[in-house]
Design a protein around this ligand. Sequence first.
Ligand SMILES: NC(=O)c1ccc[n+]([C@@H]2O[C@H](COP(=O)([O-])OP(=O)(O)OC[C@H]3O[C@@H](n4cnc5c(N)ncnc54)[C@H](O)[C@@H]3O)[C@@H](O)[C@H]2O)c1
Length: 435
Amino acid sequence: MGYVGLCTAATFASCGIPTIGIDIDENRIQQIRKGQAPIHEPQLDLMLKKAVKRNLLDATTDVSRVTDTRSSFLTVGTPSQPDGSIDLTFVKKATEELGTALQNKEDYHLVVVKSTVIPGTTNNTVKPVLEQSTGKIVGPSLGLCANPEFLKEGTAISDALHPDKIVIGSNDKKSAAQLTRLYREFYRSRLPPVITTTPETAELVKYASNAFLATKVSFINTIANISQHIPGVDVNQVAEAIGRDPRIGPLFLKAGPGYGGSCFHKDLQALINHSQLQGYDPLLLKATEKTNEEQADRVVELAEKLAGPLDQKRIAILGLAFKKDTDDIREASSIRVIDRLSKKGARLVGYDPMAMPNFERIFGDMIELTKDPLGALRGADCAIVMTEWDELRKLKAKDYIAQMRQPILVDARRIYNAPEFKELKFAAIGLGSVA
Ligand SMILES: NC(=O)c1ccc[n+]([C@@H]2O[C@H](COP(=O)([O-])OP(=O)(O)OC[C@H]3O[C@@H](n4cnc5c(N)ncnc54)[C@H](O)[C@@H]3O)[C@@H](O)[C@H]2O)c1
């Protein structure tokens, strides 16, 4: 019942499919049982409340309840290990618990690996653990599929309701057919294209998808960094123009402080590690990651260019979440920028509409947090916009001028129209005409 599990369960239940959510986290389960979402995600709270009220979604820590169902989705985390490979501890443990609970189930049961796992994991890791714990062989009485998830945080519910495709990797027709039937019941006439393939291909589709998107971000950030040195160039216009080419497409061409979130960095590192273990060095993917890591330096350079040496300067960080409409700070670019600013001796003050509790828990000693954006700006020598929150978009030049000791603004998210900030010392990623 983490991000993927809860969003999947809530959407299944909201379409009338009775669903049971299982997690080892008792607090999380209690919250869900009350119809309260333990994560912030638009539409989720309401959907959850309705599903719980209609008795279509139950939540429990008791894994034996899987015997009341026909299909189980494994949606546990697959975090990074220091070498970039994924840690399969949760996958193995959850599979074993699920398998043990299924030992005495007589009817056919389908197990679906929805977690993002390196190609080969479903067949080489999940399958043996499942067979051993159930005492059954994957095949006629026990199904196993890989079915990666493509939802995005911030739009997870709408993504789950309107996916562009469903990818099902299976070793036999029976398991793929049961999963396709379930999705047909769920989507009815809106069933997207279903790509049925091997588990390994399905697993790689997920990594290839995230690697491509991350590369697109690092690509436009590279063009932004080049633009920075050419007066009169605006990377947004470059992006708009190239995005009209259908071979390129307009999405994920927004220059900024670099990608964050729980997946891109983790998945790229896992793919790089896996590829290197097989004897192939994926240079492009390594460059994508390095460009992203160094994008934080570009943001700090802009601040230094406008404000001079940052030692003892008070810097306001506006936005901490890795993107708007989420309280998730995992791998957020704000963390990389804050780290660099701290090393330069800057005094940091931050604001975020949602992510401050999460930020305070982990990085509370690095930054002072304020309850509104104006509080963060008060007395600051420089402000850096790190997340594209609508609330920050509404701030005007006069708000910065009224609060700051020196009105210096770095728009690392390109949320402002530069001419409206002429009275400030203003810089933005990929805008060649720095004041
Ligand atoms: N978050 C995303 O946007 C996203 C999108 C697509 C794919 N994914 C992938 O989906 C997987 C899950 O990601 P997430 O962000 O939902 O993770 P998460 O950390 O939010 O949730 C994982 C949940 O699993 C629970 N758990 C751990 N062990 C368990 C067990 N033995 N039995 C039952 N529950 C157990 C944890 O308590 C936690 O609630 C990962 O592989 C991730 O890469 C995530």
